[in-house]
Design a protein around this ligand. Structure first.
Ligand code: CP
Ligand code: NVA
Length: 305
């Protein structure tokens, strides 16, 4: 039994294996084949925040694989109605895997501590590992071999950026973050990244043009993540020079793609002519959440601990 709370839980060869299973299942899906690799398996979803992509792609993935899915939201009262220890031990007797979206990363860690079934992070304030896996899988579809490519992230050093930096470090891509002071990776994350990926090439800059120079993918996310709404005005001010527009994209490689985890705010972190333009891969990227989730579930639930 394995958990996926952050990308520290997967080795580079394991990520490659998940990508290979994902590719195989996506090809079969496009041919009309939905291989029932997980008959009778049950996944529960515990979500404290809104979701379209993560919730629906996980539920659909499990149904496509021949298993079942239970969306529990908050109304099962986890960590409130009863202790996390009781909750985790009981739900593990009913379900094979729990996908969890929490306000605080500490809460998913507590749950995982008490679960004897797999726990997958469907987004916390700290990390969004399934998103980053689908994103690098998408880059591999567009550019082929990932090793040596540069991914530029223009925006907040948030959950998505942290998971992308780890994914890039593990798979041999360069990662460049462009953000204003105060919104960059902190020392503890940089230390973790250096421990996990000693060969990682990571850059942090206040100049978005420097970050995108030579990039194969330019990525951004909202300036204000879920749970930070009270900081919106300050963030809009701090990030106003970090919008991805056509001029910024022209500094990337000629074949660079634009990526965004969605949901997006057009006119804030990205101009509409970029996200809705020819270099944008955001719809393919969102579609790949389904295929990656399927590859991940198939691998995780059939791998011996
Ligand atoms: N990108 C992503 O995780 O989207 P949702 O918040 O809709 O799940
Ligand atoms: N950083 C965003 C990602 C949403 C998918 C958030 O946490 O709200």
């Amino acid at each position: 039994m394995r958990h996926l709370l952050t990308l520290c839980d997967l080795t580079p060869p394991e990520i490659e294996t998940v990508f290979a299973v994902t590719k195989d299942l996506k090809t079969k899906y496009q041919q009309g084949v939905r291989e029932p690799l997980l008959p009778g398996r049950v996944m529960a979803l515990l979500f404290e925040k809104q979701s379209l992509r993560t919730r629906v792609s996980f539920e659909t993935a499990m149904v496509n694989l021949g298993g079942g899915s239970l969306f529990l939201g908050r109304d099962v009262g986890w960590g409130e109605r009863e202790s996390m220890a009781d909750f985790g031990q009981v739900i593990s007797q009913y379900c094979d895997v729990v996908v969890c979206r929490t306000n605080s990363h500490a809460k998913i860690e507590q749950l995982a501590e008490h679960c004897t079934c797999s726990v997958i992070n469907g987004l916390t304030d700290l990390a969004h590992p399934c998103q980053a896996l689908a994103d690098l899988f998408t880059m591999s579809e567009i550019h082929g071999d990932l090793r040596g490519l540069k991914l530029a992230f223009v925006g907040d050093a948030n959950n998505v950026a942290r998971s992308l930096a780890l994914a890039c470090g593990k798979l041999g891509l360069k990662f460049s973050l462009a953000s204003p002071p105060g919104y960059r990776f902190d020392e503890s994350f940089l230390k973790l990244l250096a421990q996990e990926c000693p060969d990682a090439t990571i850059e942090q800059t206040g100049d978005a043009a420097v970050a995108v120079d030579g990039a194969a993918a330019v990525y951004t996310d909202v300036w204000t993540s879920m749970g930070q709404e009270q900081e919106r005005a300050d963030r809009e001010k701090a990030f106003r020079n970090f919008r991805v527009d056509a001029k910024l994209m022209s500094g990337a490689r000629a074949d660079a793609c634009f990526l965004h985890c969605l949901p997006a705010r057009r006119g804030e972190e990205v101009d509409a002519d970029v996200i809705d333009g020819p270099c944008s891969a955001v719809i393919q990227q969102a579609g790949n959440r389904l295929h990656l989730q399927k590859g991940l579930l198939a691998w995780l639930l059939t791998t011996k601990p």
